[in-house]
Design a protein around this ligand. Sequence first.
Ligand SMILES: *Cc1c(COP(=O)(O)O)cnc(C)c1O
Length: 391
Amino acid sequence: MVSSFNPTPRTLMGPGPSDVNPRILSALARPTIGHLDPEFIRLMDETKQLLQYAFQTKNELTIPVSAPGSAGMETCFVNLVEPGDKVVVCVNGVFGGRMADNVRRVGGEAVLIEDEWGTPVDPEKLKATLSEHRDAKIVAFVHAETSTGVRSDAKTLCSIAKEHDCLTIVDCVTSLAGVEVNLDGWGADAAYSGTQKCLSCVPGLSPISLSDVAVKRIKSRTTQVSSWFLDLNLVMGYWGEGQTRAYHHTAPVNALYGLHESLVILKEEGLEASWARHQQNHLALRAGLEALGLEFIVAEDYRLPQLNAVTIPDGVDEGSVRKQLLQQFNLEIGAGLGALAGKVWRIGLMGYASNPRNVLFCTNALESVLSGYNAHINKGVATEAVQEAYA
Ligand SMILES: *Cc1c(COP(=O)(O)O)cnc(C)c1O
């Protein structure tokens, strides 16, 4: 007999989804109302304002796309790139590679700038590439590469792009609410994020924000946007101001209750306080993991506090460690992705999951499981290292 699905509660410390704040889970269970109900329209308007706060922007076109982060990515490329357009794509991990794939699929020409996995995008390479490709129209890069745990210098990359008259598309899926994102301060033209990383919400929505210049570019396209669902010319009519909304699709009503609640929580805490909390818990986790003998693959200056990529001790089957963590401790950590598959663990401290309890829990659970292997780890010192980091 098929019966109701009741998942085992886990602690989610991978690359996302991250632990969902219980306040958000209860918001999701509130009564569904019509998507053109005046009360729902008020929620849509508030959500846009709260997203402007989170992205630090005055961009009017700041809305959640009704689909996961990848759809936010696709929205930016399908609307801003026309067939034949040259787009410089910075690739230093899995997600930069996906941007390049998006460019090609909409008929654009992707010019790649490649950097070593685990290192940030090199601004000097961007300068050189833009000097060589003077007809490039857009620069795209990932602010926080979740596949490696690297932060790139968004402000510098955006200003180089601007000097060369290029628009920018920035992947902020993992960075939003975990480290500083400041679209207006950077002068970014288009950015997309996700709900299931540092916003601690359920997966399935993608906040995006586009500058007035980007909107002008979309409105003056000579070809039609190839996706009907993601065509912002149409979506803008649905998410526009006030009561004059035109039906485009049915917004995921309850999912938006969840996003709204997560943004209210972020506003209550404050952006700076949220970044500081992520940093503090990262430093404590780092102390614990290094005491165990694990090493970070990213240089300190470029490390993301919300995504900790560490090496696997010799003689350890990384997959079976993750399996034991899940089975014995209901703890999920992430495997390596792409070129780093089998070489690293990715330990997330995102949003609601970024707290001292999880830091200590993960450190101790890893120590317990690794003790069952004939691997070189330091036993009995990690807890104290974590405590010292918080002291
Ligand atoms: C998770 C992630 C995405 C994709 O988001 P989905 O919600 O899984 O579609 C894109 N870019 C980065 C950097 C991510 O971490």
